[in-house]
Design a binder for this molecule. Structure first.
Ligand code: CS2
Length: 491
């Protein structure tokens, strides 16, 4: 069978194996503007919205996707050539399930036409602006929690409000226009892995606005809702093999489909200032307090990912499922979670922690979700301070063990020398790569040059216990390599 090119006109020609939107897309309005459309958003929030449209017929909640990064031009090309339709494939143990998602109605590529994005943000039809701009897209000092006003991207936005690069430039201009026009503000819904993501976004956005207009800053503080949310679904980067597989399996030609695991979770604080879809009817958990969920997820799932990513890569692995299935690595993450992270967690309503952790290990081991270690190792400068360092800090305060957590930091430092144990180059993907690699190479077994970056480490470099532990692990990584270092930490 010749594959069918995905588009609105070909929806009824697709294989019956592929579920397609049954609602009338032409009636869908765009109540949500989403900044940062990547695989994760398309596998997660967009699926919930698809169900809102499909099962509840709440047609005002379609999505307008927005790309704010220069590289988003590729997403624009892919999506706009297929009327923003795309294929989402869930891969579990058995048969894979495929579905064409129609929830995104349009896509705007901000660098080419920022004015169009401002208009969209100012439109009364827009009720929610959601974000997945990665942990690095928020630009804050990990030591002080303050917005990095002198960061080149933030400074650029302050100086060039008509052509912003960051969420702050876009959100503040959009909100300023609404305020001027007397339009109710939109809710800002952060869906990134940052603890208290809503509160953090609010604090940073208000301090950015303060630099422009104190009255506007106050109006934002008093009128805009920033719900916290915990998001979860493992979504690897789409590979050419995935595209080929989907063409063969479902007979559809899609320029940029998404493959993910079957698990999905979204816990959202029920605090919206301009309406919301009936999320609770499609599986979203609405609550008054997201903190315990966020902390559990980030400190267990994301931290385990980092633990497996760096050390696993150094030990020669490339995929997370292989690393999890290695007996010693499996033991390592399980023990790190049990011994060094779990004691820090608050009770999480409705969740049994032992079975949550067991499920995590099963999810990581899914061989059909080929999550590359390099995806996990990307942007360590933004992830480490959110996934790992806070647990180390809290354990130090409690006098608890930090050896397994510190090994993650040591592995990252070793990884940052950009050369593996066989002398092959490691591709470092991080906006701070140049500085990180220079410091890692300069320090080698001495962590000082990296620890001096207080915008990442705060005052952790002053803790004798932590520094001694870090040196011990680093020394081992250099002298006996990743595998033996791991064994020694487990014994
Ligand atoms: C990963 C996350 O980027 C990372 O390091 O831990 O992308 C993870 O896969 C998601 O948060 C899962 O919900």
């Amino acid at each position: 069978m010749t594959p069918v090119t995905l588009s609105e006109a070909t929806l009824d020609k697709l294989s019956p194996d592929l579920r397609t939107p049954s609602y009338d897309r032409s009636q869908v309005r765009e109540g949500i503007v989403h900044l940062g459309v990547g695989g994760f958003h398309r596998a997660h929030q967009a699926l919930y919205i698809e169900r809102i449209l499909e099962e509840l017929g709440e047609k005002e909640w379609g999505i307008c996707g927005v790309g704010i990064m220069p590289h988003d031009s590729k997403m624009r090309e892919a999506l706009t050539s297929q009327q923003c339709l795309y294929t989402l494939v869930e891969k579990g143990d058995g048969e894979e399930a495929g579905r064409v998602i129609g929830a995104m109605k349009s896509y705007l590529y901000a660098p080419k036409n920022p004015e169009k994005v401002f208009e969209k943000l100012a439109s009364p039809e827009t009720k929610i602006v959601s974000l997945t701009v990665t942990e690095g897209g928020y630009y804050f000092d990990q030591g002080t929690g303050e917005l990095l006003l002198t960061h080149p991207e933030v400074a650029h936005d302050l100086a060039n409000p008509k052509t912003p690069h960051t969420i702050y430039g876009y959100l503040v201009e959009g909100l300023a226009r609404r305020r001027a026009a007397g339009v109710t503000p939109f809710t800002v819904l952060s869906c990134d892995n940052i603890q208290a993501n809503g509160e953090v976004t609010k604090r940073l956005l208000v301090s950015y606005a303060l630099k422009k207009d104190a009255e506007l800053a106050r109006w934002i503080e008093e009128n805009v809702a920033f719900p916290n949310s915990m998001v979860d679904r493992i979504t690897p980067i789409t590979t050419p093999e995935d595209i080929e597989f989907i063409t063969q399996r479902f007979g559809v030609k899609d320029q940029w489909p998404v493959v993910c695991e079957p698990f999905i979770q979204w816990v959202v604080e029920d605090k919206f200032c301009n309406g919301r879809p009936s999320f609770e009817k499609v599986g979203v958990e609405m609550t008054s307090d997201v903190h315990p969920y966020e902390k559990m997820k980030i400190r267990l799932l994301n931290a385990s990912h980092s633990a497996m990513g760096y050390l696993g890569y150094l030990a020669g692995f490339r995929y997370i499922f292989e690393i999890t299935r290695d007996e010693e690595f499996g033991k390592y993450v399980a023990r790190m979670m049990d011994e060094e992270v779990t004691p820090l967690l608050d009770p999480v309503p409705g969740i049994d922690l032992p079975s949550y952790k067991k499920t995590l290990l099963i999810r990581f081991a899914n061989p059909n979700v080929k999550d590359h270690a390099l995806r996990i190792c990307m942007d360590g400068s933004a992830k480490m301070p959110k996934f790992i360092l806070p647990s180390i800090k809290e354990q130090l305060e409690k006098g608890g063990n930090i050896s397994l957590l510190t090994l993650v930091v040591a592995s990252w430092f070793r990884f940052l020398t950009a050369e593996d144990e066989e002398g092959r180059e490691i591709p470092i993907q991080d906006p701070m790569a140049a500085e990180l690699v220079e410091r890692a190479k300069r320090g080698k077994g001495d962590p000082t040059p990296l620890l001096e970056m207080t915008e990442l480490f705060g005052d952790l470099g002053k803790s004798e216990k932590f520094v001694a532990e870090l040196r011990r692990s680093l020394d081992m990584l250099y002298s006996v390599g990743a595998r033996k270092t791991l064994q020694s930490h487990l014994s």
